[in-house]
Ligand binder design. Structure first.
Ligand SMILES: C[S@@+](CC[C@H](N)C(=O)[O-])C[C@H]1O[C@@H](n2cnc3c(N)ncnc32)[C@H](O)[C@@H]1O
Length: 320
């Protein structure tokens, strides 16, 4: 049975719930190309992950044994609460995989991280691998401009649709002047909640949801996935692999619940939709509220399926 809608919502819980959805969705070929590229670099392989959220990509790379044996992993996010959550999760996760975890207080992880905001430094060691982790709170763009370090691979997951455009990418590419980039889960313009309540209204709602992503104070690009290759080229990179990574959330085999925390994931997505559309002058507020209420009820009954299309991209950068 699914618990009803949560009493409160949190970004960190959403990012944790999103993990299994992304695990299924990530394009395997693009993932393999990115990790093979990293393995070919001289040790230590240096990764910088921007907009890392609560650090699930590093957890996944450890789970999948996808990292080389000597790695420096720098991760940052603009949200201090997410970096604080990563600090809680990562040592526990690494220990569960047999790593020894050593924490370092000083010196500060990276001169470019914001002074007083959460940051941490860890060494994860196992007989076959050593990962030096540096994590901190930072806006990726001033960070990229300020740091004098460079890395081999830039990771930016579920981020390029939030900060769309070739100028933004060119700034991020400064982190990896002759390296590579891996940008999975870039939204690409299709969302479906199934079954539909009323098909024409559902289609309108979907169109308004995507249109709202373009609105003034919310610069998300609902077609970012398809546009990434153009931005990459303008920013001085090439696309080596590109592939679909659709989210598909549905009840698991028992049909009475969703896998892992995916019911919460759906409630959170519905909240995004509600917040974005209740004030839309082109939609009737009452109907939007009824639509969201119906969708929530169906999640509670494990009767809602959700599909959203994304693309994953990996390639090389030559901005020297
Ligand atoms: C959709 S979440 C993805 C998080 C993580 N990559 C994942 O897939 O779980 C987007 C993340 O971008 C972060 N973010 C937004 N703007 C940012 C910026 N300018 N610099 C760094 N992080 C940013 C948010 O705090 C959030 O954690």
């Amino acid at each position: 049975m699914v618990d009803g809608p949560p009493e409160s919502y949190s970004t960190q819980r959403y990012l944790a719930a999103k993990r299994t959805v992304d695990d299924r969705a990530l394009n395997r070929r693009v993932f393999q190309d990115a990790t093979a590229f990293l393995s070919d670099r001289d040790p230590p392989a240096r990764v910088v992950e921007v907009a890392a959220g609560i650090g699930v990509m590093l957890e996944r790379l450890l789970d999948r044994d996808a990292l080389p044996d000597d790695v420096e992993y720098t991760m940052l996010d603009i949200d201090p609460a997410s970096i604080a959550t990563a600090e809680q999760r990562l040592p526990r996760h690494a220990r569960s995989l047999g790593y020894t975890v050593e924490t370092h207080d000083d010196p500060r992880p990276d001169g470019s991280f914001r002074g007083s905001a959460p940051s941490f430094a860890l060494t994860l060691s196992r007989s076959d691998r050593r990962v030096e982790v540096r994590a901190g709170t930072a806006d990726a763009f001033p960070f990229a401009a300020a740091t004098d370090r460079t890395w081999d691979l830039l990771v930016a997951a579920a981020f390029l649709d939030i900060v769309p455009g070739s100028d933004q990418l060119a700034t991020l590419f400064e982190l990896v002047p002759d390296g590579g980039y891996y940008a999975p889960i870039v939204f690409d313009g299709a969302t479906r909640f199934v079954p539909a309540v009323d098909r024409p209204f559902d289609r309108r709602l979907e169109r308004r949801w995507h249109a709202g992503m373009r609105a003034g104070d919310d610069p998300n690009d609902p077609r970012a996935g398809s546009r990434v290759p153009v931005w990459v080229e303008r920013a001085g990179g090439v696309v080596d692999s590109l592939g679909g990574s659709s989210w598909a959330v549905r009840p698991d085999g028992s049909d009475s619940d969703y896998p892992a925390e995916e019911a919460y994931f759906l409630f959170h997505v519905l909240r995004f939709v509600e917040r974005s559309l209740v004030d839309d002058p082109q939609l009737d507020e009452e109907r939007v509220r009824e639509w969201v209420t119906d969708r929530r009820k169906r999640v509670g009954e494990a009767d809602l399926r959700y599909v959203a299309h994304n693309l994953d991209v990996f390639g090389r950068v030559d901005t020297r």
